[in-house]
Design a protein around this ligand. Structure first.
Ligand code: GLU
Length: 277
């Protein structure tokens, strides 16, 4: 078993991150498996070396360790480029020049129901554009209808507390629920969805452990795995740690930073207890 924790170094880790990392660590330990760290630093200037050092520090303080070298997404652009080329090769991508305002204007009806993993599904303005028409500044989108025509239904095993069991999504559910998401942004030739799928496979992750806010993105991740010929891991989406008003913790919530508890004299065992482990 291989699990991982994949933080973005855009702020200090808080109690929610501690819970996520400890859950992945405990699962690996229970099975004699391996826990890996991955730094998800594709967000340019928002990612800072001091936050990366703090991640290292805080996780070690919690008692975790992991094999080196640590995978860093900013060093993996060639791997994402190769995956994108493969998707383009099977005809499931197209370039898109729409701005956020264009997309809002094209969404005629107010959006009903659950939004997709990146908000309301894209209205399809640029769909059908050939990859050969790609211009600097274009994003690259997934043509979800073509993609699910290749794969058929999408299925994965979930072991988290909220939605345990096998989940299957029909092609029409994928089209309506996910839509033509961005695979490569205008500013960087990848996206969270593409990178996470390529990297989980490259690290041999067998059990993806992460917050339940990402459950909705999982069918998309499995679709990308299927298109790219990658193994489909098991998923474990855990509960989110919330503040006393019920809001999930955010990076800017420095009062709940692991570091703040540590400086106030909390112990790693005390912190485990605080998050209910
Ligand atoms: N970098 C992502 C985050 O911090 C990780 C998501 C994942 O585990 O797939 O939310």
């Amino acid at each position: 078993m291989i699990t991982r924790f994949a933080p973005s170094p855009t702020g200090l880790l808080h109690l929610g991150h501690a819970f996520s990392a400890l859950t992945a660590w405990d699962m690996a330990r229970a099975e004699g498996g391996v826990f890996l760290l991955r730094i998800e630093d594709i967000d340019g200037p928002r990612c800072r070396p001091e936050f990366e050092r703090a991640i290292d520090d805080d996780l070690h303080w919690l008692g975790l360790d992991w094999p080196l070298p640590v995978m860093r997404q900013s060093e993996r652009l060639p791997a994402y480029g190769a995956a994108l080329a493969r998707l383009a090769g099977i005809g499931v991508t197209y370039p898109c020049s729409c701005t956020r305002a264009d997309i809002r204007a094209a969404l005629t009806a107010p959006q009903e129901g659950a939004p997709g993993p990146d908000g309301p599904p894209y209205p399809g303005t640029c769909r059908g554009r050939a990859m050969a028409s790609l211009r600097p500044g274009d994003a690259i989108r997934l043509d979800i209808a073509r993609a699910v025509a290749i794969t058929g239904p999408i299925a994965f095993e979930e072991t988290g507390p909220r939605h345990p069991g096998r989940h299957t999504f029909r092609p029409d559910e994928m089209i309506a629920g996910i839509g033509d998401v961005v695979l490569a942004r205008k500013d960087i030739a990848t996206s969270y969805h593409l990178s996470v799928v390529v990297d989980d496979a490259a690290q041999g992750v067998t059990h993806v452990v992460r917050g339940e806010d990402l459950f909705a993105a999982t069918p998309l991740h499995v679709l990308l795995q299927r298109l790219l010929g990658l193994p489909v891991p098991r998923y474990h989406h855990h509960r989110l740690i919330r503040d006393e008003t019920g809001k999930r913790l955010a990076k800017r919530d420095d009062a709940r930073a692991i570091r703040a508890y540590r400086e106030a004299g909390e112990t790693p065992a005390g912190l485990r207890a605080l998050v209910g482990l």
